[in-house]
Write a protein that binds this ligand. Structure first.
Ligand SMILES: [Zn+2]
Length: 228
């Protein structure tokens, strides 16, 4: 649903250095206990380490971080709108509380796997696969998010062929159509890779949207996601 972080970094790189080819990117979220971020260039690869506190930040915040880190690295001026946005986000009450909570629970290992308490993502994937794709889609790695994310409900990470689903869906009150729709949407990303036309990225193109409308409970599911 949101842009993957790789895309955000590549776009911000192009914004800062329009004539330079985007280097290979390696971006990892680390279990820092603070909002630590690092960037370095090694053998032509850009290596970025971000605190996992930032993993489910809104895309606009990811964009701000990308801009700030890249501008620093290439000694370009940092746009105040980005530094303001980042500072506001990290100083917001929600984020400081989350940081505090994580500091307290660090050390307890969070196991991520497709099997949740109420839904097994592998099982939901296969049933959606049979129902809408004749069982033809290869199953990527499916995993529940480590935290109960409400902004990033699901996303397909093409670089790692992984679909991450927010743990917010793993509870008894979640209607089956909601989690099926979420997976269906991410599976359509698998089937319809991002295209670039006239320099513009097309994530949810016409073919994607037409196929998405084939989901019978589309309106119900969208309504449910909006309420989360
Ligand atoms: Zn999407």
């Amino acid at each position: 649903m949101s842009q993957p972080i790789y895309t955000v970094f590549a776009e911000e790189y192009r914004g800062l250095r329009p004539r330079a080819p985007v280097p290979e990117l390696e971006i990892r979220f680390r279990r820092f206990t603070s909002l630590n971020t690092t960037i370095r260039l090694r053998e032509g690869r850009l290596i970025v380490r971000l605190s996992d506190l930032l993993e489910y930040a809104p895309e606009s915040v990811h964009r701000a971080i990308a801009h700030i880190l890249l501008a620093k690295l290439y000694r370009k001026p940092i746009e105040p709108i980005f530094s303001d946005r980042y500072r506001r986000y990290t100083q917001s009450e929600a984020v400081s509380k989350q940081a505090e909570r994580i500091r307290q629970t660090r050390g307890r290992k969070v196991l991520t796997s497709p099997k949740g308490h109420h839904y097994d993502l592998d099982e939901v994937f296969e049933s959606v696969n049979r129902r809408f794709f004749h069982g033809l889609l290869g199953r990527p790695t499916l995993t529940w998010s480590a935290h109960v994310a409400k902004r990033m409900l699901g996303h397909y990470d093409a670089a790692h062929n992984t679909i991450v689903v927010s743990r917010v869906f793993d509870r008894p009150g979640t209607p089956r159509y909601a989690i099926e729709y979420l997976l269906y949407h991410e599976m359509l990303h698998l089937k319809h890779p991002v295209t670039v036309r006239a320099g513009r990225r097309c994530v949810h193109g016409p073919a994607f949207q037409a196929e998405e409308r084939l989901f019978p409970e589309l309106e119900l599911a969208k309504e449910y996601l909006k309420r989360l």
